[in-house]
Design a protein around this ligand. Structure first.
Ligand SMILES: *[C@@H]1O[C@H](CO)[C@@H](O)[C@H](O)[C@H]1NC(C)=O
Ligand SMILES: *[C@@H]1O[C@H](CO)[C@@H](O)[C@H](O)[C@H]1NC(C)=O
Ligand SMILES: *[C@@H]1O[C@H](CO)[C@@H](O)[C@H](O)[C@H]1NC(C)=O
Ligand SMILES: *[C@@H]1O[C@H](CO)[C@@H](O)[C@H](O)[C@H]1NC(C)=O
Ligand SMILES: *[C@@H]1O[C@H](CO)[C@@H](O)[C@H](O)[C@H]1NC(C)=O
Ligand SMILES: *[C@@H]1O[C@H](CO)[C@@H](O)[C@H](O)[C@H]1NC(C)=O
Ligand SMILES: *[C@@H]1O[C@H](CO)[C@@H](O)[C@H](O)[C@H]1NC(C)=O
Length: 648
């Protein structure tokens, strides 16, 4: 059987799998009452997504420390957000078993039948979907739902360090619900509607209309129910929920309150990663801007007057919140200490950056305006920006994935108005440098290239599918792909990224050679423009050539179209062999595997954006290609590939 045939077979399950997915959310039955199934609450046709939602979480269970930050970390919320939702001070230490409202950003992603808030969790030794769902996450999700939203992972074979999306069950209210938000509550033994309604100060009838008759939901195989929160006035705080916790016993002895974690340590301990996806997207984004403005303003003021600005009570903060349009909560937020809000980020001092980079010396220059910095024994990459840093910050505070370069902190120079974004330092530099350097290209064997393609697909899949509104990177290219010490790829440079899909822009940005035709022609911004650019990067991986030829300015994708994509399918392999990187041809590199990646590239580069695959399809298909390659090369299937990377 020709290698191409297995490729077709590999595609088949991908297609079947897609067809088997339920129809888009809009066509879902909106019938309420709708108790949760093991996969969560159905998307409701009459609700608008995304929305703010809450989960009721009991402090001190499942080994999660009694600390607002630790609880927030599980749900990608900051200490401030948790404190605010519970009318606590940010330094409060919850008691063991204390019920807490945790804010969520609830959405109904395309093709998902269920509404959920996606939480990123990094797998530790011994973790399974079931253990995490039933202990740390307190049955706010169920393992079946986790399996569904992570279709490319094998639940029985999770590598430590893998990022898994846990879908926290949630729901957005419809007009009929008469609620500002819905709380996901997990029924405990001994609970009934009357006791829950009393604890939340709502009427028991509203629980019936949201969840159906009481008996239905007392089945503890899906114990999640929805409780409405009502409010009449802006800036209203949810009532402090008082529940009888006699029937629950902590899973582990309540740990003593830990010292307040310092910024930036949480992720490194690998407990739970996740930035403020939970920030209300509209509110959160402008709040972040206001926060930076306020921060800068305070720094300026401090500098000018030579005195510390007292924790800007009332008036000052209030004035500053005014310029932004709409939304409540700004004043409330600004009166609190700014560093509390940004406890996910480290605020660097200008002096730290100066000394860490030898005064932004050329010796430390990585690329463009990015310098390498040594600070407190750690290495960072520092990017200097003018005020347009907000766009990138806005995006980065929403995303967190191992295949995206992580933002560690930032710094504002109050004298010059410059803003610096401080990222994790990614050891091996950008992909284009590897491909263009003949020596290094030779060390980048086919397996390593295949894994880079997969990593990129996962990173893009994450920003396309797990963010609301969707993020479009807009500048995918090999120089924005960084390789770490294990030659795993990370997407960098969200400077051009846009939230929002199907936007039309008249200001064309991007990089020649990667720009999708429809964007060039009509300024249409969709995730499919990233898919196109991704197709070009695949061609670079296969050919080792640049997206635009140095000599004659010819576009790589146009050349591939002429010399590879056209003609009989059966002869594709021969055409690929003639076209591909000579450095690859020297190695034992299965031609079928390369041809299969070329087929993916061809699909990604389709002229009609609607005909291009989504990154979900691409990731799935490539992971199949990777398995087949492992079979072919006689190696054991190793998804993390740490053993097979040629560039060590
Ligand atoms: C959804 O809205 C439509 C029209 O507004 C209405 O007829 C229908 O009853 C609603 N469904 C539910 C479950 O509220
Ligand atoms: C939820 O959706 C599934 C199909 O996706 C359907 O079978 C089920 O009846 C729905 N549940 C409710 C309560 O509407
Ligand atoms: C919030 O807490 C303060 C005291 O800590 C209290 O005076 C106030 O009434 C509380 N607000 C609500 C809505 O419970
Ligand atoms: C919940 O339980 C803890 C200890 O298990 C206790 O200290 C706390 O007072 C209880 N809270 C309520 C509201 O009963
Ligand atoms: C979650 O559900 C499982 C099984 O239904 C149960 O054993 C466990 O105690 C529950 N966890 C919590 C925190 O309620
Ligand atoms: C909505 O909730 C408010 C507050 O509980 C209540 O006063 C009002 O009557 C409710 N409206 C409807 C239509 O149920
Ligand atoms: C609870 O679930 C079991 C199966 O898991 C089912 O047999 C039983 O009828 C359910 N109970 C109710 C009240 O729905």
């Amino acid at each position: 059987m020709a290698p191409l045939a297995w490729w077709r077979l590999a595609l088949l399950p991908a297609l079947l799998c897609l067809c088997a997915l339920p129809a888009p959310a809009r066509s879902q039955s909106a019938a309420r009452p709708a108790p949760a199934s093991v996969e969560g609450f159905n998307c409701s046709a009459n609700a608008s997504y995304p929305c703010k939602a809450y989960a009721l979480y009991r402090a001190g269970f499942g080994g999660v420390p009694l600390d607002l930050s630790a609880i927030g970390d599980l749900f990608a919320a900051s200490r401030f957000m948790v404190a605010h939702a519970n009318n606590l001070s940010t330094s409060a230490v919850p008691t063991a078993g204390q019920p807490m409202l945790v804010p969520l950003q609830c959405g109904c992603p395309p093709r998902s039948p269920n509404a959920y808030a996606p939480m990123q969790y990094q797998i530790n030794p011994g973790d399974t979907y079931w253990i995490i769902s039933t202990t740390k996450l307190q049955n706010l999700t169920q393992y079946q739902a986790v399996e569904r939203v992570n279709p490319t992972l094998v639940p029985t074979n999770l590598d430590v360090g893998t990022i898994v999306t846990f879908p926290i069950f949630c729901q957005c209210p419809t007009a009929a619900d008469n609620a500002t938000a819905l709380v996901t509550y997990v029924m405990q033994a001994g609970d009934n509607y009357a006791s829950i309604a009393a604890a939340f100060a709502v009427d028991a009838q509203s629980l019936v209309s949201l969840n159906g008759p009481e008996g239905l939901t007392q089945n503890l195989s899906s114990p999640e129910i929805l409780v409405p929160l009502r409010r009449q006035v802006p800036n209203w705080l949810p009532p402090i929920v008082r529940l009888n916790n006699a029937s629950v016993t902590p899973a582990s002895p309540p740990p003593s309150p830990p010292p307040r974690p310092t910024v930036g340590t949480n992720n490194r301990h690998g407990v739970v990663t996740g930035l403020a996806i939970g920030l209300g997207i509209v509110g959160g984004l402008w709040l972040l801007q206001m926060l930076l403005l306020a921060y800068l303003w305070r720094r300026l003021k401090k500098g000018r007057r030579g005195e510390a600005v007292a924790s800007a009570e009332g008036g000052e903060g209030g004035r500053f919140a005014k310029p932004a349009s709409g939304g409540g909560g700004g004043e409330r937020f600004l009166v609190s200490d700014i560093s509390e809000w940004l406890d996910k980020y480290r605020v660097f001092k200008v002096e730290e950056l100066e000394s860490g980079t030898g005064g932004f010396d050329d010796e430390h220059l990585i690329q463009g305006s990015v310098h390498k910095a040594y600070i407190d024994g750690e290495v960072f990459a520092v990017k200097k920006m003018k005020w347009d840093a907000f766009e990138e910050l806005k995006i980065l505070q929403k995303v967190n994935h191992s295949n995206l370069v992580k933002l560690e902190g930032f710094c504002i120079n109050s004298e010059t108005g410059d803003c610096y974004l401080v990222y994790e330092y990614v050891e091996n530099g950008s992909l284009d440098l590897w491909l263009m350097d003949r020596d290094r290209a030779r060390r980048l064997d086919w397996r390593a290239r295949l894994h880079i393609a997969l990593d990129l697909a996962h990173g893009l899949q994450y920003i396309h599918e797990h963010t609301w509104p969707r993020v479009v990177h807009k500048d995918i290219k090999s120089s924005n792909v960084l390789l770490d010490d294990r030659m795993r790829a990370k997407i960098a440079n969200f400077g051009l990224a846009k939230t929002g899909h199907n936007a039309v822009t008249t200001h064309i940005v991007g990089t020649q050679g990667y720009i999708a035709p429809e964007y060039l022609a009509d300024g249409l911004v969709t995730t499919k423009m990233d898919v196109f650019a991704y197709g070009v990067v695949l061609l670079e991986l296969v050919s080792g050539r640049e997206a635009v030829s140095d000599q004659d300015g010819e576009l790589l994708w146009a050349d591939a179209d002429q010399r590879m994509f056209r003609g009989k399918e059966e002869r594709l392999e021969a055409r690929v062999a003639a076209w591909m990187d000579p450095a690859l041809a020297e190695q034992t590199c299965p031609p079928g595997s390369v041809a299969s990646v070329v087929s993916v590239a061809k699909a990604c580069l389709h002229r009609d954006p609607a005909k291009r695959p989504s990154m979900v399809d691409v990731a799935y298909t490539l992971s199949k290609a990777d398995e087949h390659f492992a079979d072919y090369s006689g190696e054991s299937v190793s998804v993390d590939g740490s053993g097979g990377v040629g560039a060590r």
